[in-house]
Design a binder for this molecule. Structure first.
Ligand code: NAD
Length: 285
């Protein structure tokens, strides 16, 4: 009889612990007269973005962080967005700026992201922060990869000298998490849609991070016994959210697997607030 050997990681607990830690850091900043403040710019009409912004708003209010929102309609121009960002860059009371992606198609997304001061780039998408990440310097780290690193750390598994395989090479997830794992001294293989014989690589992974956006791409036969599997995928099938990993089957061989929903996704907003607080604490020094 084959039984589940692995553990589904309790990501909710990790997030709750992080919130407690952040709350106390926010309170100690407030005692010094500093109220962390984030500015959120929405320039699209997507329901998913509104839901995501609502989650950010709720967490800011829970932690005592000030939040200001700019909801722009379709008439808005790139210049208008740049003007708002310039004002926010110059405002010493605003510590973090976030542009919800994607922006309306007629807007110059790259120009907009690059106009955010790297010092206020809480999403970690500014080229300067990405460059610092590659150089292994201290920098603001993109939220999803930051959340993934916290989950790995929480398992107690040492990253150094392990073989880490990342499936996906997007600038939001695949590339930065590959770099973070490399910076932590793993041997990293990054796979993508043009990789031939994916299984050959995933089978080698002590740590397998999957961010492809393909439902149940990773099956039991593709996973090494005792591996740590991080499922980043969020896919909707018949109204149900599923990941990129066939969770129940993979749990029969892996040591740890993250759930979907309730996994990497719920770390993203808390990572954003961690970035904000780190920025504010560093200004203070
Ligand atoms: P993306 O579409 O930008 O990139 C997908 C990557 O996967 C590409 O590099 C592509 O080459 C690779 N890929 C696609 N099919 C593949 C295959 N069959 N074999 C190997 N590689 C393949 O997507 P993204 O923005 O990186 O997001 C990936 C997934 O993660 C999506 O499901 C997305 O919804 C989810 N996501 C989750 C969070 C979170 O917080 N949990 C955050 C961002 C993205």
């Amino acid at each position: 009889m084959v039984t589940n050997e692995g553990t589904l990681i309790d990501v909710k607990k990790i997030v709750e612990d992080k919130k407690l830690n952040l709350k106390s850091r926010v309170n100690s900043l407030k005692r010094k007269g500093i109220v962390p403040k984030i500015a959120v710019i929405l320039a699209n009409d997507l329901e998913a973005s509104r839901i995501y912004i609502k989650k950010k708003r709720q967490m800011c209010s829970e932690l005592g962080v000030e939040e200001v929102e700019y909801m722009l309609d379709e008439d808005t121009t790139t210049d208008k967005v740049l003007e708002i960002i310039q004002r926010l860059n110059d405002d010493n009371n605003v510590h973090g700026i976030l542009v919800q992606l994607p922006v309306f198609k007629h807007l110059d997304e790259r120009k907009i992201l690059e106009s955010i001061s790297p010092k206020k780039d809480i999403d970690g998408f500014h080229p300067l922060n990405i460059g610092k990440l590659v150089m292994g310097n201290n920098c603001v780290t993109a939220c999803t990869p930051k959340g993934i690193m916290s989950i790995i750390k929480n398992t107690g598994i040492k990253i150094e000298s392990k073989t880490a395989v990342v499936v996906g090479r997007s600038i939001i997830v695949g590339k930065p998490i590959s770099q973070l794992l490399l910076n932590a001294n793993a041997t990293v293989i990054t796979c993508h849609s043009k990789t031939k014989n994916l299984k050959k690589y995933t089978k080698m992974a002590d740590i397998l991070v999957v961010a492809a956006g393909v439902p149940h791409l990773i099956t039991k036969d593709m996973v090494k016994k005792g591996a740590l599997v991080i499922d980043v995928g969020i896919n909707r099938i018949d109204g149900k959210v599923v990941g990129d990993v066939d969770t129940n089957e993979v749990l029969k061989v892996a040591k740890f697997v993250t759930p979907v929903p309730g996994g990497v996704g719920i770390t993203t907003v808390v990572s954003l607030l961690e970035n904000l607080i780190e920025i504010v604490e560093n200004i203070d020094n």
